[in-house]
Design a protein around this ligand. Structure first.
Ligand SMILES: Nc1ncnc2c1ncn2[C@@H]1O[C@H](COP(=O)(O)OP(=O)(O)O)[C@@H](O)[C@H]1O
Ligand SMILES: [Mg+2]
Length: 348
């Protein structure tokens, strides 16, 4: 799903996921004693909370939550000018992590109005629905609801909406029918799960023949994390190569690919996907083509905070590789500070 140069070093998704269990501490907030009004006023900063989508007749209840987030290892920051709320935790992946405190004026209110929109930057989230629900119990509403996150992260969610601009794909909920794969996709065929590849390993992602396909399926099935996810077989695309030789012979070689971040339909950042592999810079024309495709995908997918990966084919045309929930995506060759400034600008 979201790696940019290989799972271990650069992909938040490939490493551990956010365990929902320990965070259940947060749910304990519901049992907190009521806060005295004077104390509440002292501790509340004037942050511009996003209004709830539901119409309220009574003022929102203020709830204390910071100590519980801290106890769970999560910090929450409001970005510059009290505009956005980010729930962040270092994930240990350089192209994913950003220390918001270093680059933005952050505040740490003790109380917030209920139903505040937050963006999570906590790495890969194993059970998004549970995470969303848990945060909801303390009045925090993730920017992507579970349905939107599914449309972004799972091929079964995004593929039907952008079939016309991405590689033809076939997936199976149970045992894959490899005869059908061979018949309908031919060889080579690209193999991944509905969410991601196995650490961008070339031998399991690109199957040149039937034997290799069977080995790839067995390898995915034996993986402790990806083994349970349905497999997807995709038309193999001849992608325009990067100018430099691939760094790792055993990984997918990578190509001229652009990752773009979309905040509520607006472009907030774009850059080379394989940013650690030779520093390729697209021409203005190529960049414009890739982004116009990205914009179309963003429109079709309708996900508030979305990442779209596009690639150039050897014939020069552009195609969508995949979509992702931007909360769980690495920045690739995009400046995270510029990206968050653009998000803040969009929210002003
Ligand atoms: N259908 C395909 N044909 C050829 N190469 C592909 C295809 N799909 C993906 N790739 C290559 O494999 C890389 C990883 O695939 P991707 O679907 O993004 O998996 P992940 O979610 O693990 O990053 C892409 O960046 C691209 O270089
Ligand atoms: Mg990818």
């Amino acid at each position: 799903m979201k790696s940019n140069t290989g799972l271990v070093l650069t992909s938040p998704d490939a490493a551990q996921s956010v365990p929902v269990g320990p965070l259940c501490l947060l749910a304990g907030l519901a049992a907190q004693p009521p806060v005295r009004p004077a104390e509440r006023e002292r501790n509340t900063v004037s942050l511009r909370a996003k209004p709830s989508r539901t119409t309220r007749s009574t003022p929102p209840r203020m709830i204390p939550w910071i100590p519980h987030l801290r106890a769970s290892g999560l910090g929450i920051s409001s970005g510059v000018e009290d505009t956005i709320f980010v729930l962040a935790r270092p994930f240990g992946v350089p192209t994913y992590d950003l220390d918001f405190e270093r680059f933005f004026a952050c505040t740490h209110p003790v109380y917030l109005p209920e139903d505040v929109e937050v963006t999570a930057r906590v790495g890969a989230i194993a059970d998004y629905k549970a995470f969303f629900t848990m945060l909801g119990t303390i009045g925090l509403r993730l920017v992507n609801d579970p349905a939107a996150s599914y449309r972004a992260n799972d091929l079964r969610g995004w593929y039907p909406r952008i079939t016309h601009v991405t590689a033809r794909s076939l997936w199976f909920e149970g045992e894959p029918d490899l005869d059908r794969v061979a018949r309908e996709m031919g060889f080579p065929v690209f193999v991944k799960t509905v969410q991601q590849t196995l650490r961008h390993r070339r031998d399991v992602c690109i199957a040149p023949d039937r034997d290799a396909l069977e080995r790839a399926v067995a390898t995915y099935r034996g993986d402790p994390v990806l083994g349970a996810q349905p497999l997807v077989f995709r038309e193999y695309l001849e992608l325009a190569p990067l100018p430099s030789a691939p760094r790792h012979a055993d990984r997918i070689p990578g190509g001229r690919e652009i990752r773009s971040f979309w905040w509520k339909g607006r472009l907030v950042g774009d850059g080379a996907y394989w940013s650690r592999d030779g520093g390729w810079t697209p021409s203005p024309v190529d960049r414009a083509r890739a982004l116009s495709l990205g914009e179309e995908a963003a429109r079709c997918l309708d996900v508030p905070f979305l990442v779209v990966d596009t690639a150039q084919r050897v014939d020069g045309s552009w195609v969508i590789i995949e979509a992702n929930d931007a909360q769980e995506s690495g920045y690739a060759g995009i400046s995270p500070v510029a990206l968050w400034r653009a998000v803040i600008e969009a929210e002003r």
